[in-house]
Design a binder for this molecule. Structure first.
Ligand SMILES: [Zn+2]
Ligand SMILES: [Zn+2]
Length: 266
């Protein structure tokens, strides 16, 4: 008798959590999807309303074959921008879904600092379009790591969330621990390019996965915003040192004039 009571109670407990789960799912369905940029109700799951589709500055070719800097006119395949011609970055190629400007800035800030994890599916989808070739050629996808103290403050690594989704959707290996942030770097906000590079110098080291997970691999590094490229270059330096055959970079946004960078990313 006692035994059947116990199993009855256990059953009731399960029943309750199942009800809560169903209620949550119903709530998800009941809440109309909202535009990621302006917040108006939208139909479908495109992530943006019709007006914002027009204003978000999505990036597409032609661009610098190395860093992805957009060009106004198509000059030909494999053309480099001025800075890449003068000095090739430590990463091989960088691509971004959209330019970081007044319109798109709000989306990035909402995602990064307001815990808008609901934005991740749309951002990841746009990144997969912009970086289709990089993803197809990658052996493994890894995020730019956050320092643990920032992870605690923010509760989630916004880059890891994007990297994990892109890896899952594309069927590519996901390795979250190739790199580790060895110290908490001061915010990059307001720093000039040279100071940004100095700020992140030595900030990354090998993560728990070790050299074996990196040697000979084409690695796709995922971050939210590319500003001067200082952060991803510091990461690429460590990965190349550990024997990566190539390091590509995929970000949601990209500052088109580095001097205008106003994010705390790199
Ligand atoms: Zn909108
Ligand atoms: Zn370039």
């Amino acid at each position: 008798m006692a035994q059947s009571e116990t199993s009855l109670n256990a059953g009731a407990g399960h029943g309750r959590s199942a009800v809560v789960a169903v209620a949550k799912r119903l709530l998800d369905v009941a809440l109309p999807p909202r535009c990621l940029s302006c917040g108006t109700t939208v139909t479908g799951d495109g992530g943006l309303c019709a007006e914002c589709w027009e204003t978000v500055p999505f990036l597409s070719a032609p661009y610098c074959s190395c860093c992805g800097y957009p060009f106004d006119v198509a000059i030909g395949e494999d053309v480099l921008c001025g800075p890449c011609l003068r000095k090739r970055p430590l990463f091989d190629r960088a691509r971004a879904a959209f330019a970081y400007d007044e319109e798109s800035r709000r989306m990035v800030i909402d995602y990064k600092h307001r815990d808008r994890t609901d934005m991740a599916p749309a951002l990841a989808r746009w990144m997969m379009q912009a970086g289709a070739r990089l993803i197809a050629e990658a052996d493994v996808i890894t995020p730019v790591p956050l320092h643990w103290s920032r992870l605690v403050a923010r509760r989630f690594n916004q880059s890891a969330e994007l990297a994990r989704r892109i890896a899952r959707e594309s069927g590519t290996d996901y390795a979250p621990d190739l790199l580790r942030r060895r110290r908490r770097t001061p915010s990059q906000t307001g720093l000039a390019a040279r100071d940004r590079a100095r700020n992140v110098k030595g900030a990354f080291r090998l993560g728990r996965a070790g050299v074996a997970a990196i040697t000979g691999k084409r690695i796709l590094l995922v971050d939210d915003v590319l500003t001067t490229g200082a952060t991803v270059s510091a990461c690429a330096g460590v990965l190349k040192w550990a024997g990566a055959s190539a390091v590509d970079v995929l970000t949601a946004a990209r500052v088109v004039r580095a001097e205008d960078g106003r994010t705390d990313s790199g």
